[in-house]
Ligand binder design. Structure first.
Ligand code: FHN
Length: 418
């Protein structure tokens, strides 16, 4: 694919910067407890961590009736948080399908009293609200399918046939997902594909039905930090690189310590931490895909909603420094109290810790600064500054406007830098 073709396909994603990840499935019923005992580890891994036999785990489906699920409400939460795309688990490692599929009855429409297809409802709600819609699909691990990888307590691994699983199950299911749910913005494969050939085949399969869909970096067989078969590099979970990465990349992240709902995980990241992570990621050229883990009733946990609202309120005022922004043109040290994002002719200085004397000196400014102002300030009132070569001293005053991140815009005399 030519560079211009690639740039065209990736344009919306580069602009979007912030997305909502949704891990939702049968595991939201046990929510981290099995037979009265806490099961440590990620909520969505409970079947594996407690080695629950398929016969027992399957029974959860009979009790899955998330009547409070409201696609419009979820999209509203994402939108108000300033998120521009949604990626939801169509099939996670437990193999339970959160969409209507002809390939197995082990799906939310046929196996539960709920009898609705949340992916259909969510994809439609996203379309109405102008939010891009994508799905997560576990292409390697499937603890329910006899040929999927990962389950050695119900199946003999030596008898598994991955090719059969790929051809007779994964590809037909992907075809359903790629043809029945409108435009698909992202197909989020996870872990890795067994070989580069399989990864390439899967990518071609996706593009056969949705030529514009972006494919996550975890389609690659274990390649990271490099341009692979996926359309962008997918970093490790909650991983933020030390420096700018010169290729499209994304950090998938939890809002507490699990992806799938766990009733006793209350270790929420504060809105401040999330805003700072978002700024850090954008300043290094990446996207932030932040997860929520809805309950078995179909609700996004209230603490997540409250956190996201605050992030959204900050973005409402400061979004110009995030959406479509480019990485910092200057390397900052992890301990610097500020970070940069940029757009042609504008440098956004994110002041993350207010200086005690109301002044901050920044370095590496290779252009004449024409004007400085707080992005969230009234009428963009001018800020006093002094420039000596590449150093700029900003007089901020003693009172921050925002408790987390105050963005100062430096307008440059010409648009050549940054
Ligand atoms: O095993 C999964 C995990 O459950 C979750 O889906 C995350 C999201 O990035 N991916 C895998 C671990 O990296």
């Amino acid at each position: 694919m030519s560079k211009s073709e690639r740039d065209r396909r990736m344009a919306w994603w580069r602009e979007a910067k912030f997305g909502m990840f949704i891990h939702w499935g049968l595991y939201s019923i046990p929510a981290g407890m099995w037979k009265g005992k806490l099961v440590s580890g990620l909520g969505e891994w409970i079947q594996f961590n407690a080695r629950i036999p398929i016969e027992e785990y399957e029974k959860l489906a009979r009790h899955f009736n998330p009547v409070k699920f409201d696609a419009a409400e979820w999209v509203k939460v994402a939108k108000e948080a300033g998120m521009r795309y949604i990626v939801i688990t169509a099939k996670h490692h437990d193999g339970f399908c959160m969409f209507h599929t002809e390939l197995t009855d082990y799906n939310i429409v046929d196996a539960t009293p709920f009898n609705r297809d949340p992916l259909k409802e969510l994809s439609e709600a996203c379309r109405k609200e102008g939010i891009r819609f994508g799905f997560y699909y576990s292409q390697l691990l499937d603890w329910h399918h006899p040929d999927g990888a990962g389950n050695d307590w119900d199946y003999d691994p030596n008898k598994k046939n991955f090719t059969r699983y790929l051809e007779d199950y994964v590809k037909p299911q992907l075809r359903e997902l790629l043809t029945n749910y409108g435009p698909i913005a992202i197909v989020w494969f996870d872990i890795y594909s067994p070989t580069p050939e399989i990864a390439r085949e899967l990518k071609a399969w996706v593009h056969r039905f949705q030529p514009e869909a972006i494919v996550s970096g975890r389609i690659d067989p274990g390649r990271r930090w490099d341009v692979g078969i996926g359309d962008y590099i997918e970093l490790g979970d909650n991983e933020i690189p030390e420096k700018r990465v010169e290729y499209d990349w994304e950090t998938p992240a939890t809002i507490n310590n699990t992806w799938g709902f766990k009733s006793y995980d209350h270790d929420w990241k504060s809105p401040g931490v999330i805003i700072q992570n978002l700024v850090d990621i954008v300043s290094k050229g990446g996207n932030y895909l932040l997860n929520v883990g809805p309950t078995a009733d179909g609700e996004i946990p209230e603490p997540s909603i409250q956190i996201l609202k605050k992030v959204g309120a900050w973005l409402k005022k400061n979004g110009e420094s995030i959406y479509g922004a480019q990485a910092s043109p200057v390397d900052t040290h992890p301990h610097d109290p500020y970070k940069y994002t940029s757009k042609p002719g504008k440098l956004y200085v994110h002041v993350l810790a207010w200086p005690w004397d109301g002044k901050i000196e920044i370095q590496g400014i290779k252009n004449d600064v024409e004007r400085a102002y707080f992005l969230a300030g009234k009428n963009h009132e001018k800020l006093r500054f002094e420039q000596k070569g590449e150093r700029v001293l900003l007089h901020l005053g003693t009172k921050p406007l925002d408790p987390v991140d105050n963005v100062i815009v430096l307008e440059m005399a010409n648009r050549k830098w940054p």
